[in-house]
Design a protein. Sequence first.
Lengths: 135, 499
Amino acid sequence: MHNVLVIDDEVDVRDSIQRVLERAGFLVRTFDNATDALLELHRAPADVVITDIIMPKLNGVDAIHRIVQEFPGVRIVAISGGGNFDTSGYQPGAITTTAYLAAAQSAGAYSILTKPFESYELIEAVKHVIGAGHA
Amino acid sequence: MAQLRSKFANLVTGCVIAVHLVLLPALYFGVGYVIRKSHEDLFVQHARTFARMLADEFEVGVALESRARTEDLLDLAIIHGESRYAELTDRDHSIRSALGPPDITAPREPEMGFHNGGDDIYFILLPIVHAGQSAELRLGFDERPTQARIQLALDRMLLLMAGYLCLAIGIAAYLSNRLSRPIRRLQDVSRSIASGDCAQALHVSTSIQELHELAADLEAMRRELVGMNDRLQEKIREKEISETRNDELQKQLRHRQRLETVGTLAGGIAHEFNNVLVPVILFTDTALQDLPSGSASRSDLERVLAAARRAKDIVQKILTFSHVLGDTTLAPTDLRNVVAESVVLFSALAPPSIEVRTEIAEHVPLVRADATLAMDLVMNLCTNAYQAMQGNAGILTVGLRVAPAAAADSLPRVELWVADTGHGMAPTTVERIFEPFFTTRPVGQGTGLGLSVVHGIIESFGASISVDTAPGAGTTFKIVFAAIAEITPAARPIGALGT
């Protein structure tokens, strides 16, 4: 059974992803911030990390960098709903959804998903990265 | 005061007349006196000489020796000496010429001046001594011919002076008029300049150096005024144009700022919504798997899922609107392919009541655009046009043509237009159509994002859009692109979108 670690500051997003993936047969742990998730990874490894990009404290792109460095075997799926604001408020002219996801991809995310996504898209994405990891 | 002022010509003429009125009488009386005096002196001289000659004749001759001789000599005085009276008086008798008028009486003491006594006769008394006897010769000379000569001379002089006065007045009038004409011209021009009319050029031809220079100075001043006036008007015009341009730019800036603000807000809301939609979609999907097919709850949840997916599309549109500026990748694009493909797609979606026409020019230059977004653009405009026709029958035309260049040295422009035969729009509506969420349709029948997305896409292309519409007269949206090449390459098959 594959281990999936979900990082998102929205509880409903975390829980709904957990529900879908558990039904699909994955072992899911959820965290509302990347710092705690990194500590947890040190304690118990995971196969896949699904992380939001725009988050308070440690943002998703920096988190991906650290995971790639510290846990090279972990496959990362980045998710983002876009929007041009961060934790400090609305930022006119800030980078866009595509740019967030592009940044995540160049940081080392293996797959990217734009919010909102369908259940099957999520499951396929996770299966895809696990398959690639095993290949 | 005004009545007392006289014109220059009248003043000069008046002065000349006044001077002559004083001088001419003085001259007349002076010269008259001289003439009179000389005539009188001449007369008196003549009379005395004649009388002396006659007296000598009596003294030395034989005239006194007979009465007849004496009478003859006295008659001679009347006939040849212009006398009217001639008498020789002895102690006891007198002899008088019978030729003179008999009513004349000689005074006892004859006056020795001309025109004395009022009888027009100048009397002379001469004592004669002949052969020891003494007698008296009395002669009376006629003064009238001399008076007539004096009068004639005076009359002639008066006539001459009158002629001279007329000539002097004429010359004065002519000269003053000649002098006042350029002054009047200068005055007219100064007045028209003072009243704001500087267009009249000042050409004064005069032989008077000072007036000529004054006219030249005034003309130079007028030219300077005209130049200054022109420069001022030019400045005012420039200022007006710049103000109009400024207003236009301000308006555009405000519009852009409003769109940017709304876009920023929309982007933020879209992010929140996307996060909200994740659990809605995922939980609903999971719940659906637990419910048996055909149950009422399942059907309800399917509707929830469908609604959530529609919400996802709406949010996608909001993001397109708010991100379109940053996300586009512009490349040389053949709009003919874009239009053709969009029309094929739209025709499949549009109801049969709507006739879709295309008017695509054969040669269209390439423009800088994003093919996918351009297609979005055409689809949005077509959807808008279709909605404007409110389900009635109508004609929708999508056209593409080459418009002339804005400037002679720039490349031509490409015009893409979408025209409908729908209900048209009022000017107040036109002002707001590109604002996000502005819609004229009832709540629930449209997101109001179509035209704001269109506007965002057009801005990202650096193109411009204009609307030609009136209530009840249909609407034409016209988009103008700057061409990036003179001639389009050979037409590619429909479907080969983009580059």
